[in-house]
Design a protein. Structure first.
Length: 116
């Protein structure tokens, strides 16, 4: 089970940190990631991290502004979002995958709203 929290309202240029707590079969999770979705659009990849080694991946749209991290002992993943833009407004979802091929587990979304 994955649970995301930390969303909210922030002004453009501001920062926000999202958290995702994993529980249950956490031993099977190989990587964790963040996705986001706005109404009428497909869910898009934001960032992911390999749970054991810590390698990270980012969408071009967030590189240099967002930082993903994890605390594997607490089974928690974070997304530090800086220099937020209005176009970052979306529902953010955390996900966990047992391989590099797919994400098998999804948390509920947390809404991030960036105002101008």
């Amino acid at each position: 089970q994955l649970q995301a929290f930390g969303g909210g309202l922030v002004q453009a240029g501001g920062s926000l940190r999202l958290s995702c707590a994993a529980s249950g079969r956490t031993y099977s999770i190989f990587r964790m990631g963040w996705f986001r979705q706005t109404p009428g659009k497909e869910r898009e990849f934001v960032s992911s991290i390999i749970r054991s080694g810590g390698s990270t991946y980012y969408a071009d749209s967030v590189k240099g502004r967002f930082t993903i991290s994890r605390d594997k002992f607490k089974n928690t993943m974070y997304l530090q979002m800086n220099s937020l833009k209005v176009e970052d407004t979306a529902v953010y979802y955390c996900a966990g995958g047992e391989s590099m091929d797919r994400f098998d587990y999804w948390g509920q979304g947390t809404l991030v709203t960036v105002s101008s």
